[in-house]
Design a protein around this ligand. Structure first.
Ligand code: ADP
Length: 515
């Protein structure tokens, strides 16, 4: 109850309308709660000097050094309290995880691959259709080319994205099936053709989410973020404009090359301005004027983030166990993720992508009249990223118990994620069990065949030797011809339920009960 009250008056909860009609007693209660809340926050603000190890920093070095000087922390090149890795987890960083907090979870780089991350999101949408209405319909090509051909509608526009692409590279819009240039490892997605426009331009949001622990699962969303604008007025896709990236793609790296690109480096970064990159706070002011309800939009975004994080958990747990095995409880990982969200004209948020390595650069390239470019500090990037990373480091330094007590800290609001089992956590448990007492990244056919020994796992039409056939069929397209990965295992277990004519969830429960 106490926590609930604290939450109600916390700055992350903007819906305090009911406080407008309050009694004196309620005002006193509010004041006491507010003072308690402030004291609680102040306690955590007074932190010891944090030793930040920057030896493995990359593009974020300037930001980290700025934070070190702002908060009087200490830069170290050996050990320290916190280790900032500029690149995804690699086995050579293994030892660092036992002495410091490290800003990467193993396995998170999966998100960099559009085919894998889309496969996973598609699966969530398949199992929880009501909760996953926020992910545009996506086809993984070449595997789902036939399905795409069948479901393709000539009245719709689609967007094709290369598997390992980023910053808008290689992305193109499709109106016609024959426009698919090649179908080697790309994803094709329904194009949101009626985006919400500000100043007639399309924009998307980059919001930041922080994970500080898997057990218990502790995640936060930052109240601030960035909005990235296109540099040409938006029109619905047609034959003339379909190839204009400055109209359809909001990527900053792309739009900065357009002559219409506008850098806003004034002081009013939290207010409405005309820049190509703006703060989320400034966008909310625009949205209010346009008649949108920011509270509803934020709630929908939060619901989307929570659904996504819930599904990600079994995958992260698996990877942590895979890497750290028996020492998994000793490690302290945290990570900031970048959620790319597009609002449509109704104000509905769509999740375009989750970035495991969001840019933490605080400089931007400014092109001069002579065609040359210089790098300058961007006030907007600095403001947002100092909040995002500075407060993430402060939170990562707190104990799990303290974090559990708090409903948020500084710019981060804690998210309430239901941790009950899902179909994915069950599939993951079975995958871990089959791989042996050590979690292995891949399954061999003989390990997969262990499933046949569980009750009701063979039938008159699906016998033990059929397991090997199914295994081979599933791994047929992969380069690793003898091993099955987790994603293929999801497909395999679905097909098994189908072949045995069983309900998938009941089948999973029965296997787990008989471990
Ligand atoms: P990248 O990782 O290369 O930036 P994204 O998936 O983020 O790839 O897409 C790049 C840009 O294309 C987005 O920032 C957005 O402006 C636009 N975009 C991507 N998917 C869609 C979509 N389904 N509907 C409308 N616009 C999209």
């Amino acid at each position: 109850m106490q926590q609930q009250q604290l939450h109600d008056i916390s700055p992350w909860n903007q819906n305090n309308d009911d406080l407008l009609t309050v009694t004196e007693q309620q005002v006193d209660e509010f004041k006491t709660n507010y003072e308690n809340f402030q004291q609680q926050q102040d306690k955590y603000k007074k932190q010891k000097v944090i030793k930040v190890n920057t030896i493995n920093c990359r593009g974020e070095t300037r930001l980290i050094r700025k934070l070190i000087s702002k908060y009087n922390w200490k830069e170290v090149f050996n050990d320290g309290d916190i280790c900032m890795l500029g690149l995804p987890f690699k086995q050579q960083n293994y030892d660092e995880y036992f002495t410091q907090s490290v800003n990467r979870f193993p396995g998170m780089d999966l998100l960099a691959h559009k085919t894998q991350s889309s496969f996973y999101l598609n699966k969530f949408a398949q199992y929880f259709p009501d909760e996953y209405q926020f992910f545009p319909k996506t086809y993984i090509i070449p595997d789902e080319f036939d399905k795409f051909q069948k479901e393709y509608k000539s009245t719709r526009t689609y967007i094709a994205k290369p598997d390992a692409g980023s910053q808008g590279d290689g992305i193109y819009l499709i109106k016609n099936l024959k426009d698919i240039k090649n179908y080697e490892s790309i994803v094709i997605q329904s194009y949101i053709s009626k985006p919400l426009l500000i100043d007639k331009k399309k924009f998307d949001l980059r919001l930041y989410v922080l994970i500080t622990s898997l057990d218990p699962y502790i995640c936060y969303i930052n109240k601030e973020g960035l909005a990235r604008f296109c540099t040409v007025d938006y029109e619905k896709p047609n034959d003339k404009n379909i190839k204009n990236p400055f109209m359809h793609l909001t990527n900053y790296s792309l739009n900065k090359r357009n002559t219409n690109f506008q850098v806003y480096n004034g002081q009013n970064i939290l207010d409405i301005n005309e820049g190509t990159k703006r703060t989320y706070s400034s966008i909310k002011k625009n949205l209010e004027i346009l008649g949108y309800n920011n509270k509803d939009i934020e709630d929908e975004i939060e619901t989307l983030v929570v659904a996504y994080l819930k599904s990600l958990l079994p995958f992260l747990e698996f990877n942590q166990k895979l890497v750290f095995q028996k020492r998994v409880s000793e490690v302290k990982c945290f990570q900031v993720l970048g959620f790319d969200i597009l609002l449509d004209e109704k104000g509905k948020p769509w999740l375009l992508e989750v970035n495991s390595n969001p840019s933490l650069q605080i400089e931007h390239e400014v092109f001069q009249a002579n065609g040359k470019s210089v790098f300058e500090e961007s006030l907007i990037d600095s403001y947002v990223k100092e909040l995002v990373v500075g407060d993430a480091i402060k939170l990562a330094m707190m104990s799990k118990e303290d974090q559990e007590e708090l409903q948020g800290f500084e710019s981060y609001k804690k998210l309430d994620i239901d941790q009950s089992e899902t179909i994915f956590s069950k599939i993951m448990q079975i995958y871990g069990f089959l791989s042996g007492y050590k979690f292995q990244e891949y399954l061999t056919s003989s390990k997969f065949q262990k499933l046949a020994s569980f009750p009701q796992m063979i039938s008159q039409t699906f016998l033990k030797h059929d397991y090997d056939l199914l295994f081979r069929k599933i791994i047929l397209r992969s380069c690793n011809t003898n091993l099955m990965d987790f994603f293929q295992f999801i497909n395999a277990i679905e097909q098994l339920a189908d072949k045995l004519n069983q309900d998938l969830e009941e089948m999973l429960d029965r296997i787990i009960q008989n471990f």
